[in-house]
Design a protein around this ligand. Structure first.
Ligand SMILES: [Fe+2]
Ligand SMILES: [Fe+2]
Length: 302
């Protein structure tokens, strides 16, 4: 059913849920003996369920498994795949430095194992999502070498009808955390040359374990906070303190002219105010001026 447009901006044409750094362990063991990563991901799934049919894709930007164990990938798949199938959303898995390509391939993608880079292109109703493998086997830093960038450049030669989103684990963005600089993405200058001036509307990343955003080569960059544990940015930037809280994921809303990313805290919270769908339907049925009187006009508290 077509709803009237109530404000300046049209409704989103595509909605992506951006989840990152689930760091699952075999058997669902707590990470660091503390963090219940399975419960956290189940909570994310419960929250995404409420989005209903509007969800087009779930993009998981790496470090799906903490140690690359096959069972950890099975847990990740069990947590998100039924939801994606019910909602008709594409599930896009992106390699992170904690992942192992062979197990990632067999358990998440249902493909024969292999240790070559896991680059993929997924098109969702005209919007192209490029999952780019920025990992270096045996290391935690990231790198986009000539082979990866040649592949990306060739893919971008053909624009997509609704533009492109690049999802990679090692986000090309500055961080205040000194130690994260050591394990940053290498090859960024050429990466910038490859994406600049193409149809890339947004770059999605993870790895930092806190929600942040910036830009790269003139393209917005959005980093999803982790679901496993998060970095405490109030500690000295010369330390790295991961804490059992502050989890979040992001939602990305695409309309033909705009991209907006929003951070969603992971958790169950008590409602403070609620206006239900019947109330919105009532507003939609009114002429615009009357909507202001009904919803915008300040009233004396009764
Ligand atoms: Fe991570
Ligand atoms: Fe990482």
């Amino acid at each position: 059913m077509q709803h009237p447009q109530l404000g300046r901006y049209p409704a989103a044409r595509h909605i992506i849920a951006h989840v990152s750094d689930t760091h699952l362990l075999h058997g669902g063991a707590p990470l660091g003996g503390v963090a219940d990563t399975v419960a956290a991901l189940a909570q994310v799934s419960e929250q995404l369920e409420r989005l209903g049919e509007s969800l087009d894709a779930i993009v998981v930007t790496g470090d799906v498994a903490d140690l690359g164990e096959p069972d950890a990938y099975r847990l990740a798949r069990a947590a998100l795949e039924p939801l994606a199938e019910r909602r008709g959303a594409r599930l896009v898995w992106v390699m992170g430095n904690h992942d192992e390509r062979a197990a990632f391939r067999t358990e998440l993608l249902g493909e024969p194992g292999g240790d070559w880079p896991v680059h993929r292109i997924i098109e969702v109703d005209g919007l192209r999502i490029i999952a780019l493998d920025s990992t270096v086997p045996g290391y935690h830093h990231g790198e986009l070498d000539d082979a990866a960038l040649d592949w990306l450049a060739a893919a971008l030669d053909e624009p997509a009808p609704q533009g492109t989103v690049i999802a990679l684990h090692h986000a090309p963005i500055a961080t205040p955390l000194a130690l994260m600089d050591v394990i940053e993405l290498r090859g960024q200058d050429r990466f910038a040359d490859v994406v600049r001036g193409r149809d890339v509307r947004l770059i999605l990343g993870g790895h930092l374990h806190y929600a942040t955003n910036g830009s790269f080569a003139g393209i917005p960059v959005s980093v999803a906070g982790a679901t496993a544990y998060t970095m405490d940015l109030t500690r000295s930037p010369r330390t790295l303190v991961g804490v059992d809280g502050g989890r979040s994921f992001s939602l990305v809303h695409f309309s033909p002219d705009d991209v907006v990313t929003s951070v969603v805290p992971v958790g169950r919270y008590a409602p403070v105010t609620t206006l239900d769908e019947d109330y919105l339907a009532e507003l939609e049925s009114l002429p615009p001026a009357e909507r202001l009187e009904r919803f915008s006009r300040k009233r004396e508290r009764e």
